[in-house]
Design a protein around this ligand. Structure first.
Ligand SMILES: [Zn+2]
Length: 432
């Protein structure tokens, strides 16, 4: 349950002493000035929606004054002057028309279910890229482009939740379902063409599938244990806890079917940290439908089951309610669906947090600034209240995908008003 957006703190923590002309990495790039988000609209409807929601999540949280434009608004044949200031592109060349138009001139390409970049290629539907692409000058008839950032991935979910991956000062970072895979920096070859100097590749291990999954299962869940640790009877208990958890989440979300979900049960915190660069209890890589958890107590209704119930909601969110554009509602949905936070039922949290809840508008903006053990249970209670107020269908259709700036309109389309929800929220969390 780690913060799902890490780069904001990095932006805020970094110094301002960077050259203005060339940023070369995402964090200094964001420091140069307000970014313009360029969302890909060339994919399937679901992909376009995921990219739009991811852009809105980042914009509303970190850059509320930033403009968002569609990829089709940029005519790359007119050169760098046709681009908006500080462009940040979301979506691969298969989903973003700007990258598609630049084609083979770019130093990277998503193709045939993988990524080709520099002299290397990476295969797999879980491969993603965060990169700062250097500016290119005009060459004869070929027009150049300004320096830009790109967040992109292979699969239909493309760059979903990609901003939760830490990328540090790297020019480029390749990510897989386990997390950061390999970083690199740009260099020019003798002909001036961009190539990549790669750093060390992160450690990856072989995993075994610990359960049999019927091909006809409409809700397939694959549970994995690391090969290095010999199979033991407790694996079976963990498989059962994971399967109970996914059923709990799916029934709460009224999901009858979904594409395969993968749950990796790490033997301990240290292993999880080494293999995913994330030492938290559990985290999800929703774009690859992958959940990583530490092997906690697998008892019925116990810590492992509760943790997986929460995490798998993040992997099932798009199937259940469509892409979400705020951490507040995204975490709220996961806490609500699991019904507990830190092993304590939401009802108990409601009594404990009475009189301590900020107004709804503040919940959106302060969510990542509040202590997690206040923000998360409040978010779960808020989703519970919304579902009670407007019903599941209206919550799903209108409220779930809202951000701070679209909340009032979303309430209206759900048949209520922001004021009515505010009132109900204040009443529900009033000091008793
Ligand atoms: Zn979560």
């Amino acid at each position: 349950m780690q913060p799902r957006v890490s780069f904001l703190s990095l932006v805020l923590a970094a110094t301002a002493l960077v050259p203005v002309a060339r940023a070369q990495a995402p964090n200094p790039f964001f420091q140069r000035g307000t970014p313009t988000f360029v969302r890909g609209t060339a994919g399937e409807e679901r992909t376009d929606k995921v990219l739009a929601a991811q852009v809105e999540l980042i914009r509303s949280m970190a850059f509320p004054t930033a403009l968002v434009v569609d990829d089709k608004s940029i005519d790359v044949t007119k050169g760098a002057s046709a681009w908006p200031p500080n462009p940040v592109l979301y979506g691969s060349n298969e989903h973003n028309a700007v990258l598609a138009a630049l084609g083979n001139r770019l130093p990277f390409r998503f193709v045939r279910g993988g990524l080709e970049i520099g002299a290397r290629s990476f295969s797999g539907g879980d491969v993603r890229l965060i990169a700062c692409i250097p500016a290119e000058k005009d060459e004869g008839n070929l027009k150049g482009w300004p320096e830009f950032l790109v967040y992109a991935g292979v699969g239909p979910m493309d760059a979903q939740e990609i901003n939760s991956v830490r990328h540090g000062d790297l020019n480029l970072l390749v990510i897989d379902r386990f997390g950061p895979l390999v970083g690199g920096s740009w260099k020019r070859d003798a002909k001036g063409k961009l190539d990549v100097v790669y750093g060390p590749v992160a450690r990856r291990e072989a995993w075994r599938n610990s359960n049999a999954v019927d091909r006809a299962n409409p809700r397939p869940v694959f549970v994995h244990h690391v090969q290095l640790v010999p199979a033991a009877p407790k694996d079976e208990e963990e498989v059962s806890a994971v399967l109970r958890a996914v059923e709990r989440a799916a029934s709460r979300l009224l999901l009858e079917r979904f594409d395969a979900v993968h749950v990796y049960v790490h033997p301990d915190r240290k292993s999880k940290e080494i293999l995913t660069a994330n030492g938290g209890d559990g985290h999800t890589d929703p774009a690859s439908r992958t959940v990583h958890v530490i092997a906690f107590d697998a008892a019925e209704g116990g810590p492992l089951e509760n943790l997986v119930t929460h995490e798998v909601v993040h992997a099932l969110t798009v199937d259940a309610v469509g892409p979400m554009a705020s951490s507040f509602l995204g975490e709220g949905l996961a806490v609500w669906a699991s019904g507990v936070y830190q092993e304590k039922p939401l009802g108990e949290w409601k009594r404990e947090l009475a009189g301590k809840a900020p107004a709804v508008a503040e919940m959106f903006t302060l969510f990542r600034k509040l202590p997690e053990n206040v923000a998360y249970p409040l978010a779960g209670l808020f989703v519970d209240l919304c579902v009670r107020e407007v019903g599941w269908d209206a919550f799903k259709q209108s409220l779930a995908g809202a951000s701070a700036s679209s909340w009032a309109a979303a309430c209206k389309s759900a048949g209520t008003s922001a004021e009515a929800i505010d009132g109900a929220w204040a009443k529900a969390l009033a000091k008793k």
